[in-house]
Each structure stands twice: as C-alpha cells, then as structure tokens.
Design a protein around this ligand. Sequence first.
Ligand code: NAI
Length: 246
Amino acid sequence: MKLQNKIALITGGARGIGAATAEKFASEGASIILADLNEEDVQKTAEELKAKGYQAEGRAVNVTNKDDVEALVQGVQSDYGQIDALVNNAGITSDAQLLKMTEEQWDQVIDVNLKGVFLVSQAAAQAMKAQEHGVILNASSVVGEYGNFGQTNYAATKFGVNGMTKTWAKELGRYNIRVNSVAPGFILTPMTEEMPEKVLNMMKEKSVLNDLGRPEDIANAYCFLASDEARFITGTVLNVDGGVVM
Ligand code: NAI
C-alpha cells in the first residue's frame, strides 16, 4: 500500500474530488482527517469511509478562519502525533465577467482559494518542519494556466496557488517537505454539475481524449504525489486534464 500508516489532512473533503481523494488515500492505508465547512456532509462522508473499514474522521472547519485552522492542526497533531500529507482541496467559484463581478464575489473566492490555502499550509508546515518530513498538495486548475471567460477571481486564485506551490517548494525543501499542485481539467463533481449541458460539451471537446474527468482521476494523482514514489518531485504543477493544456 502506497500510504500505509500515513496521516492525511484533506480540506473540502466532504464531497467531490476531496471525498474521492479521501477514499483513495484510505484504501492505500492512510488515516484521514476530513476538514470541511459543511459539518453535516463531512460527518456523513467520514461515516461512509468508516463503514468501508477505513480510518477516517470529519471535522467542521472554515479554512478562511485562522482560529479554526490553528485548532484543526493542533488537534490533529495531538490526536495523531503527525501530519504526513496535507491536501488543500477546498475551493469555490463565483463567476461573473469582469465588468459585472462584484467586490464581494472577488473577496469570497480569494478568501477560500488563496487565503485558505495559505492559512492551512502555514499551520501544517510548522508541524511538518518539526517532524522533518511532509507533503503539501494544492488544488490548482487548468484555469490557473490559461484563464477562463467569467472567472477573473477564480483564475487569479489558481495562478496564485501555482505561485505559492513553487515558492513553498523552494522554502520548505530544506525541511524535507515537498510541495506540488494538481491542475485538473473539467471534472464531473457537484461544482461542475450545475453548469449547462452546452458548456460541459464544450469542455469535453477541449480534451484531446474528448472526455470529462472523474474525481478518481484527480485522487490518483494526489495519491501518487503524496507517496514515497514521488520522493524527488517538488515544485511541479501536474496537469490531469485529458490533454486540455500541453
Ligand atoms: P466541490 O464544490 O464539489 O467541493 C468543495 C468542498 O469544499 C465542499 O465540500 C465545500 O463544503 C468545501 N469548502 C468550501 N469552502 C470551504 C471553506 N471555507 N472551508 C472548508 N471547506 C470549504 O468542489 P470540487 O469540484 O470537488 O473541487 C475541489 C477542488 O478542485 C477545488 O479547489 C476546485 O477549485 C478544484 N478544481 C475542480 C475542478 C472541477 O472540474 N471540478 C477543475 C479544476 C480544479
């Protein structure tokens, strides 16, 4: 098993890519802490994993709240003794074209997708430095490489996530901490299921495989990057997008 006895903290783990990543990591032997804003869903997802015989628990956390984040990381450290892998998966969209985007829409997306990743990583990196190892994985997007119509705020955060990934890889390598991003293409999850059929078909056609991705495709990439098989990989953005960006 690739993640035997590892302790993995996954934000936004209640559903979608985060939940699929939790299941993949658990199936490879990791103990999972799911941290999500949605308390009911996160407990439900953790219960479903436990019913399959996996080690998992859910904690209600808002990644934009420094007190919440510090309590989360301290709690995991005292309950499990270490944090081997952090997946900064929590993310939101609030789309509008530049000329119509409100300041509130801008602030909401920046808060979760950028500040949230910063706060959780800063707290977890302290723990990883002390234990002299760790892996931080960030949810990016193909939109963080080529922009997207109607996604000024979201694109800014995903370009930003790639910048933080490379910066932290440079800063934290000396502590044996690896940092990478995964850039999914268009993946069918509750976030994208709300999009009109026409848009989903357009997304499909952008892939040279003429397909949309599944949460498991992204979970597999996170699992590889979290495992010792990726011991020499840091500071990268791994595209998992069916050939949308190349
Ligand atoms: P989703 O919307 O299905 O799930 C996101 C989870 O994050 C939800 O459970 C939500 O409650 C949680 N969350 C939101 N705000 C939070 C906060 N402040 N604190 C804690 N948890 C919070 O999203 P999906 O589609 O699974 O995406 C996961 C990540 O992958 C996101 O960062 C997204 O930007 C990225 N991504 C997704 C793509 C897709 O096609 N679905 C494509 C590229 C990137």
